[in-house]
Each structure stands twice: as C-alpha cells, then as structure tokens.
Design a protein around this ligand. Structure first.
Ligand code: ADP
Ligand code: MG
Length: 306
C-alpha cells in the first residue's frame, strides 16, 4: 500500500472545529485569545519505550497519552496532536489497530489528530507532537517549589514498572494505557507551586523539580500510594519500583499547606497524596527518603536513554 493510501485509509478522519486538518501541507487552527500555546513532543521506539509484543492499539494509545501527560504537567488544556510514524512494513491490520488506539486516546480527552508524516524505516518509531493552551503566564513550571511546601502525587506509583517485569499481572493496563491527569493539572493552576509528570521515576523526576527550584526534599516512603500487588512485596522491592521505575504518568507537584487545604475544599473530586516536604537545599538538591522515620538509602537513578 502506498503512503498516501495508508494516510487516506487510517489517518484522515474528519475532525470538527479545526480550520484545516489532514490533507494539506500544514494544519491550521485558531489560537485561544488570552492564552499561550503550549507544545511538546515525545518519541516512542520499539524495544526501548515499549516491548515488541505490545498490542498495536496500546502503542497508539500510549503514544498520545504520554504527550497529553506533559501538557497536564504544565496545567494546560489539550487541543490537538500531529503524528510522525516510521513503519518497517505497511501492515494494514496493524496500522488499523494502531490508528484506533491513537483515536481512542484522542477522543477520551477531546483532542484532534490534525496532521503528521508517514515514512518507512527499519525501526518502528512513533513521534507525537501535542498542542495545548494555558491562560497567559499561568503555566505551572518545575522551578516554583518553596521551602515548607508539601510534595504530592496524583495516584499510585510503581505500577507500570512492576507490570513491565510481570506482564501477566493485572497492572499491565497501567503500563499500556496510562491516564494523563489533564483535569487535575488544570485545577492545580493557582494552587501548585511547581509540577512535573512522572515518566522516568519518582526520585529522578522529583530531582528535576529540586534542581529547577534550588531546594531539597524529604520523602516519607510509607506515604507513597501503591497498588495492591506492590503492597504485598517486601517494602524494599516496592520502594524500588516506586522510586526508580517510571512510566507512571502521575503528576508530582509541590503546594503550600494553605493551598493544599483550599484545594481540597474547592475540588473534593480529586484525591491528592502528600508524600513529603520541600526543604532547604543543603546537599545538592537531594531527595532524602525515610521509611517509618528511619533514614532509607535509596537508588534515585531513574530511566536514562544513554
Ligand atoms: P507533505 O509531503 O506535504 O509533507 P504528506 O504527503 O507527508 O504531505 O502528508 C499529506 C497529509 O497527510 C498532510 O496533511 C499530513 O499532515 C497528513 N499525514 C501524513 N501522515 C500522517 C499521519 N501518520 N497521521 C496523520 N496525518 C498524517
Ligand atoms: Mg511529509
């Protein structure tokens, strides 16, 4: 099948409310007045970002979800995506299922696929570029954490890393179908002082906030929310998945105690999980972990591509 037939068959669904979508040299869309455009791109490579036996529907879904998670981490609303797809072969059934995964994630979050590029390459590679909006100067950055702030996460940590090692476990859905926390991210505008999404491991991603904000952190390991299969492990193993595993796509943010209480009163529908505190930086933006009050020597290295 030609590149053009493949695009026409699988990636040309009509998208409403887009000035110009798939079919021309570029896509065109209106920018919300009073807002700033927020954009990010993430690439997924077979056997690096997902195992080769991952179902194509999941690969499509996750390629979109990880990008929406980056928008969520800025407090942005998601608008649209473009998709650059490099395929070793034009397998019609594979592409149909992959495209369904792309559209399913888009539909779930009211995001439009507005363009892309399709090429042949020996290594299956998917790049999604996402676009969103944030009210002017209200993006939540990594650099705003203040001493004394609480550190919170938005949900269970370590599940995806556990599922990667235990593919037949019930947690495989968290690995294949991450849920970007867009509504929570937007609600946290004006409340959270800094934010990031956890893609490369809690400890490493918290480290990015600490470095950008020039602070350190105490983390109370027993407060990290864990899925049932992780709760059943020796705590050392569970903490290893939670701290270094990655692929969680939960939000990690700092928030003053006052704003935490105000947020809980304003948004009872969101559950926040405090796991630590921002402290004065004495030792190189360090994450210091405690297990039931006892200092815990932990490996804080997360996922590294090189
Ligand atoms: P050009 O040669 O001008 O770059 P292409 O032939 O690559 O155009 O693409 C034709 C149209 O199809 C463009 O609108 C492009 O955005 C869209 N497109 C190509 N590949 C994809 C894809 N995988 N998903 C969505 N849209 C795509
Ligand atoms: Mg092209």
């Amino acid at each position: 099948m030609s590149e053009f037939a493949l695009i026409a068959r699988h990636f040309s669904r009509h998208q409403s409310d887009i000035a110009l979508g798939v079919g021309d040299d570029c896509a065109v869309f209106d920018v919300l007045t009073g807002h700033q455009l927020v954009t990010c791109i993430d690439t997924l490579i077979i056997n690096r970002h997902f195992p080769e036996n991952t179902p194509p529907h999941a690969i499509g879904y996750k390629s979109v979800a990880v990008n929406l998670s980056d928008l969520a981490a800025m407090g942005a609303t998601a608008h649209s995506i473009t998709l650059a797809l490099s395929l070793p072969v034009a397998d019609d059934a594979w592409v149909a299922s992959f495209a369904q995964g792309i559209y399913d994630c888009c539909d779930e979050y009211q995001v439009k696929l507005i363009g892309g590029d399709t090429t042949c390459s020996p290594t299956l590679t998917i790049s999604v570029n996402a676009f969103g909006f944030v009210p002017k100067n209200q993006a939540i950055r990594r650099s705003g954490a203040n001493i004394g702030d609480l550190i919170c996460v938005s949900g269970e940590i370590g599940s995806a890393a556990y599922a990667l090692q235990h593919p037949s476990s019930s947690l495989i859905k968290t690995l294949n179908y991450p849920k970007p926390q867009l509504s929570l991210g937007q609600a946290l505008r004006g409340f959270a002082s800094s934010m990031i999404d956890i893609s490369d491991g809690l400890a490493q991603d918290l480290g990015h906030i600490l470095k950008a904000s020039q602070v350190s952190a105490d983390v109370y390991l027993e407060q990290i929310p864990l899925a049932t299969p992780l709760q059943k492990l020796p705590s050392q193993n569970a903490y290893h998945y939670a701290l270094t595993g990655g692929d969680d796509y939960q939000l990690l943010f700092s928030i003053s105690l006052e704003n935490y209480q105000k947020f809980q009163a304003s948004y009872p529908e969101f559950q926040l999980y405090p796991i630590g505190n921002i402290t004065r930086s004495q030792d190189q933006h360090k994450v210091i972990c405690y297990d039931e009050g006892k200092l815990y020597q932990s490996d804080t290295r997360g996922f590294n591509h090189f």
